[in-house]
Ligand binder design. Structure first.
Ligand code: FES
Length: 109
């Protein structure tokens, strides 16, 4: 059972290491990325021209957009080169095989 405010969105066992997995949460598409025993959740839609970041690739704990290679930190949502945009991140709770999220799609300032 997730903690208060968290909503279960996926099973940990369904997430493949380093591959994006899209879920619906808080009315938006959210990309989940599993790195070892950690899972990161970020807004799936690239703020540049709308590509699915879940179809991008990982460089360490960063996701690279598949269309024009804008790159975002999974922990903070910040762009790694330049400061043109930011993506929303969500709190992740893992309990047993349940992956739950909390937060909304408003990017951090
Ligand atoms: S759509 Fe993501 S970098 Fe252009």
């Amino acid at each position: 059972m997730p903690s208060p405010g968290f909503q279960t969105v996926a099973h940990l066992s369904d997430l493949r290491e380093g591959e994006g997995h899209v879920v619906q949460y808080a009315g938006v598409d959210v990309a989940l990325f599993r790195l070892g025993e950690e899972v990161f959740a970020v807004e799936n839609t690239c703020p540049h021209q709308g590509a699915s970041l879940a179809e991008g690739w990982l460089e360490g704990d960063r996701v690279v957009c598949p269309w024009h290679a804008w790159c975002f930190e999974l922990r903070t949502g910040r762009m790694t080169l330049g400061d043109y945009a930011q993506i929303a991140t969500f709190e992740v709770e893992i309990e047993a095989d349940q992956v739950a999220l909390r937060g909304n799609a408003t990017p951090l300032a």
